[in-house]
Design a protein around this ligand. Structure first.
Ligand code: HSE
Length: 303
């Protein structure tokens, strides 16, 4: 009898403006993995659909690399696996596709290595690999998660607030933007004055989100000084999307993660008109409504 591990792993949007590397929200777009033991001595990958067809099918695959590193850390041997992968999350667009794959690798090692890692431990491991929790924490837990990874102690602490009761539109450009490139344009140092300013903006944004004051939260989101001023030139559509969204009284338009996807928060009564306008205006992009995922990664064993 063959056992299949099915994983349904959400996408995520990181930063929400000024929450650079610390705030993220899970989205209802998924990476699906169907994993089973094979009878050969090699792992194999089968990719179905446009978002994954460029990925390698052998043991250079990121999911294999992650799963083996976890297995080595816990001194277990994984069986050879066949993995079928489908994804609604486009690669290198700022929607957490690599965080979803990373979480997939962790869950695969945990199940097939019979390690029994708790969710807390999975988060610690995921953040150690990624360097920051803003994509992996919501991917694992769902919802809107804030977190801090201390590189010295290697401990990640997280906290949650209710996701905004607003509609979300993502506009996904057709081009990829590498996270490395998008991080390389950021400054190495930041003045004390700038740090004080941006932490005040961030604190106010979080408090406004908790109070469901989306006008104020949006105003703060759009004043980020940590990453958007340095990255926006990499996303030619960004300023125009922001201007159009403002005409529809959007709360905020920000870069999703490292880009190039642009995310808009808007009241439900105006989101339909705006998304259709963005579709008409940006025929080279995909504009769509997306909802917040509140469950995080789901795993099921099927016999
Ligand atoms: N916070 C990260 C960034 C997300 O904006 O670069 C992508 O890893």
């Amino acid at each position: 009898m063959s056992v299949h591990l099915h994983l349904k792993i959400p996408a995520s949007t990181a930063n929400l403006g000024v929450g650079f590397d610390s705030i993220g929200m899970a989205l209802n777009k998924f990476l699906y993995l169907d994993v089973r033991i094979n009878n050969s001595n090699r792992w194999s990958f089968k990719h179905i659909g446009p978002n994954v067809e460029s990925l390698p099918t052998d043991e250079t695959h990121y999911i294999y690399q992650i799963a083996q590193q976890v297995a080595n850390k816990y001194d277990v041997t994984l069986p050879s696996l066949s993995i079928e992968m489908r994804s609604e999350i486009p690669l290198a667009r700022g929607l957490g596709s690599s965080a979803s794959a990373l979480v997939g690798g962790l869950y695969i090692a945990n199940y097939f290595g019979d390690i029994e890692l708790s969710k807390y431990e999975l988060l610690q491991l995921a953040t150690e690999f990624e360097g920051h929790p803003d994509n992996v924490a919501p991917t694992i837990y769902g919802g809107l998660v804030l977190g801090y990874y201390d590189p010295e102690t290697k401990v990640t602490d997280v906290s949650y607030i209710d996701p905004p009761k607003a509609d979300i539109i993502i506009t996904i450009p057709s081009n990829e933007l590498s996270t490395t490139l998008s991080r390389n344009v950021l400054p190495e140092t930041f003045s004390h004055k700038n740090a004080v300013r941006n932490s005040a903006i961030s604190n106010t944004m979080i408090s406004a989100l908790i109070q469901q004051n989306y006008e104020l939260a949006g105003k703060m989101m759009e004043q980020d000084g940590f990453h958007e001023p340095y990255r926006q030139h990499l996303i030619p559509e960004f300023q125009t999307i922001k201007q159009i969204a403002k005409q529809y009284k959007s709360y905020a338009t920000v870069i999703s993660g490292a880009g190039p996807t642009v995310l808009t928060l808007i009241a439900p009564e105006r989101s339909g008109e705006l998304v259709r306008e963005l579709k008409r205006e940006f025929t080279n992009c995909r504009s769509e409504l997306v909802t917040v995922n509140i469950t995080g990664v789901e795993s099921e064993v099927v016999y």
